[in-house]
Write a protein that binds this ligand. Structure first.
Ligand SMILES: Cc1cc2nc3c(=O)[nH]c(=O)nc-3n(C[C@H](O)[C@H](O)[C@H](O)COP(=O)(O)OP(=O)(O)OC[C@H]3O[C@@H](n4cnc5c(N)ncnc54)[C@H](O)[C@@H]3O)c2cc1C
Length: 385
């Protein structure tokens, strides 16, 4: 229902793999706030977490459109790609902007799963969505940088060996454009934690391990700088388009799951002597949610195809994420309403998926910031932020 008819063999591969991990698996993990080790192991063995890594570095060399189908089908099966999806795309910054030496050192092991690069640290408590105002600072001292500052909501740190870090290397008052003077580093978490980096877990309403980080003079080898010093914001933006398209695909998977659950429930649940889905007040919201999921799906593939052709896709990636997040949230609400009281019961998984898909109104980019981007860059309206 509602998905592109391309990639059927990939969808079938995912459906077979996901069938081994039913909703009871995800529900139990959610209740324990536990990491899906077994599922991630199965995905890694199948080479699916290394989907975007070129074959020359041991990956499956897939397009972003294909990779988006992987996360879509995981969420469509009732699972959640969020706790580990960053293993697929965080390496994009390294792939596109790292040196040959860095790529050879890291990518084959990331592709095999021997190295986990699932964490990237951008958000800060004071800066919030105003990323260029971050104050975590990396200062060059001979053959290393010394890092001080704070990050918040940094996910998967406890399940990663490496982390990408965005830090200021030139003070904001000394650069012409506020996006200049930011740099990206690879942090080896195995060496950093306890030696200048402190990790404090944050409890959130869904099963997503996230943390507050304190950098107190952490030393990072200068060789771990990606690309040119001061150009990091540009490198991160490249990666964010890929992330937005993959998150859009996850939302489409959620939306399809909600619509299918609601449809089935509306056909089976009999009240007043007839299926509740015979009432237009029940069936129209489901049909409308379905239409919105289908429309968002088209924008997801439009954005992914542009990305794969290395064409500019900032507007399309943002619109795909906005439309898909809204469609999955609408579908989640409709499923909740269709299930009545049962939607709130843990055993039906609606409330779990409802909590999971709600995140995408806020992260990795909030709806308002997408709208502000479109208003300014697509429509030429005055910058509002
Ligand atoms: C579970 C979870 C996991 C996350 N994982 C990561 C991660 O791995 N790495 C990472 O770097 N970050 C991560 N984040 C952070 C996430 O990207 C941010 O929470 C998000 O970008 C919003 O930033 P904020 O929370 O600081 O909101 P704030 O900046 O406090 O903004 C609050 C609200 O105000 C709105 N707003 C602010 N300014 C304006 C304006 N000028 N115009 C209109 N609206 C405005 C925002 O859109 C938002 O809705 C995660 C967050 C969560 C909750």
């Amino acid at each position: 229902m509602a998905s592109d008819s391309r990639y059927q063999s990939l969808r079938a591969e995912l459906a077979a793999l996901c069938a081994r991990y039913p909703t009871t698996y995800w529900r139990e993990l959610d209740q324990r706030r536990a990491y899906p080790d077994a599922f991630v192991g199965a995905l890694t063995s199948a080479g699916l977490l290394g989907a975007l890594i070129p074959r020359a570095f041991g990956g499956r060399g897939m397009s972003l459109a294909e990779a988006s189908v992987i996360v879509e089908e995981i969420n469509h099966s009732g699972g959640n790609a969020g706790p580990y999806h960053a293993q697929m795309y965080t390496m994009g910054t390294l792939l596109r902007h790292g040196s040959e030496e860095q790529k050879r050192a890291y990518l084959p092991d990331i592709a095999s799963g021997a190295l986990r690069l699932q964490a990237f640290a951008i958000t800060e408590p004071e800066a919030g969505v105003d990323t260029t105002s971050i104050t975590t600072t990396a200062t060059r001292e001979g053959d290393h940088y010394r890092v001080t500052g704070h990050k918040i909501y940094i996910s998967r740190v406890q399940h990663s060996d490496l982390m990408l870090l965005l830090a200021r290397t030139t003070p904001r008052e000394q650069v012409t454009r506020r996006s200049d003077g930011l740099s990206v580093f690879i942090v080896d978490l195995r060496q950093a934690i306890g030696h200048g980096l402190t990790v404090s877990p944050i409890n959130v309403m869904l099963n997503n391990e996230t943390n507050e980080l304190t950098f107190d003079g952490l030393e990072i080898p200068a060789a771990n700088l990606i690309g040119e010093e001061g150009q990091g914001f540009r490198y991160i933006l490249d990666g964010l388009n890929a992330e937005r398209i993959l998150i859009a695909a996850e939302c489409i998977g959620d939306g399809r799951w909600f619509v299918e659950q609601a449809t089935q429930r509306a056909c089976e649940r009999v009240v007043f002597g007839r299926p509740i889905g015979q009432n237009q007040g029940v069936q129209f919201p489901i049909a409308l949610a379905h239409a919105h999921v289908c429309a968002a799906d088209l924008m997801r593939f439009r954005a992914a195809d542009l990305f794969d052709q290395t064409q500019p896709c900032g507007a399309e990636a943002n619109m795909a994420k906005l439309l898909a997040a809204d469609a999955s949230w609408e579908a989640g609400n409709v499923a909740m309403q269709t299930f009545g009281g049962y939607g709130l019961t843990v055993d039906y998984d609606i409330e779990r998926k409802f909590r999971e898909t709600r995140l995408y109104q806020v992260a990795p980019i909030s709806t308002n910031l997408v709208l502000a981007y479109l208003a300014e860059h697509e429509l030429g309206l005055p910058r509002s932020y």
